[in-house]
Design a protein around this ligand. Structure first.
Ligand SMILES: *Cc1c(COP(=O)(O)O)cnc(C)c1O
Length: 378
């Protein structure tokens, strides 16, 4: 069994993807060809924002946002302690200081109470200027943006939505990647909307920031590529990836998002009887998840390593996203802790992600649940 069966997806979409790739090869416009702009318009329309700019990857997308806001040395940027490394890495790379915030143990997303405590602690110390909060839509579930927006308004912070895993999620009728002042996503192959290499995008309603990010994306260009008004990056999405993403976005909209949610609901139903050993993911009322991962929380009594090894013997792959909170990463050993992060630390020890993707059959899910149940009960 595959953890995320991208080859099966390709088999389903093969005629359209092969055509898109062949057309790009024949076009000769390998950088910034017509599919790039077309895709950006389709993505902006899907998400419901004014501007979408694609770029080289999800990490660069976060960097473009920080650069547009001029975030740098002396600035504090609040980041959930339980996330993929890139969410915090970009802050340090710009010379700003990441301040790690605890997460909610049920949603796995940034905890607004812990954020309030962290802001107070930073202000009381008086060394750093609180500038922004990076809210990650972890495993596909949008963060608690109503609470975060209230805090950000009061504290005059920018909200950066890291929607690398969130694309396709929603709160009410509003789609993920539209909740931040700027939002980002990643098209890394295993993300909800993935390409065949690296890719990413930024989203915003703000004209000025969109223009700045467009400049930073191509060597800080001014009037032209050879008029350089600021120090920028080389961070474009290849035409080939854009053409592939146009095909994949259609499949995502027409059935993949529904199918992956169906898979998650099958898991929820079949794992309900194992509540003594594990908790299934919590999706709050009114929220929609893109189901980037199906991550269960194991009870303290369960030996995660043994369980993973037992499943692996049955050809069932599992992953631990993520084994180390940001505050415990070696690279951040010199970063000061302003609040404690007990939930993030517990999650890192007890989460387990099961195989999930839109092309997973009910029989596959049944098999995972049966084997999981056998191992837990014996
Ligand atoms: C994948 C990911 C990123 C980085 O995206 P890349 O395209 O791999 O650079 C950033 N944040 C989160 C939460 C991610 O999952």
């Amino acid at each position: 069994m595959e953890f995320r069966d991208l080859k099966k997806q390709y088999r389903h979409l093969k005629p359209a993807i092969d055509l898109a790739m062949a057309n790009t090869a024949a076009s000769g416009a390998y950088i910034m060809g017509a599919p790039v702009k077309a895709l950006e318009q389709e993505l902006a329309g899907y998400v419901g924002v004014k501007h979408c700019l694609t770029c080289a990857n999800g990490t660069d997308a976060l960097t473009l946002a920080l650069k547009a806001w001029g975030i740098g040395p002396g600035d504090a940027v609040f980041v959930p302690d339980f996330t993929f490394f890139a969410s915090a890495e970009v802050v340090a790379l710009e010379g700003a200081t990441p301040v790690f915030v605890d997460v909610n143990e049920k949603t796995y997303n940034i905890d607004p109470d812990s954020l309030n405590q962290a802001i107070s602690a930073v202000r009381a110390e008086g060394r750093l200027r609180p500038k922004a909060v990076i809210a990650v839509d972890l495993f596909g579930l949008p963060a608690d943006f109503a609470s975060l927006r209230a805090i950000a308004t009061r504290e005059k912070l920018f909200v950066l939505e890291d929607g690398a895993q969130g694309f396709g999620g929603s709160i009410g009728a509003q789609r993920a990647c539209s909740f931040g002042d700027i939002a980002t996503t990643s098209f890394f192959p295993a993300k909800p909307l993935g390409c065949y290499g690296d890719g990413g995008a930024v989203f915003t309603d703000n004209d000025e920031w969109a223009q700045l990010m467009e400049s930073y994306r191509v060597h800080g260009k001014g009037e032209s590529k050879y008029d350089n008004v600021r120090i920028g990056m080389n961070s474009r999405l290849d035409t080939l990836q854009a053409a592939i993403l146009q095909v994949k976005l259609q499949a995502f909209e027409s059935h993949e998002l529904t199918d992956v949610n169906h898979a998650a609901e099958q898991y929820n139903r079949k794992l309900a009887g194992l509540s003594a050993w594990l908790s299934t993911p919590t999706i709050p009322q009114g929220f929609g998840s893109s189901r980037a991962q199906y991550t269960v929380l194991l009870d303290e009594r369960v030996d995660r390593n043994n369980l993973q090894a037992g499943l692996k013997k049955q050809d069932i792959p599992t992953m631990v996203y993520y084994p180390t909170p940001m505050s415990r990463q070696t690279a951040f050993r010199n970063v000061k802790a302003y609040v404690s992060t007990p939930a993030a630390c517990r999650l890192a020890q007890r989460v387990l992600s099961l195989p999930i993707h839109p092309y997973m059959t009910d029989a596959d899910i049944e098999l995972v649940c049966t084997k999981l149940s056998d191992i837990l009960k014996h």
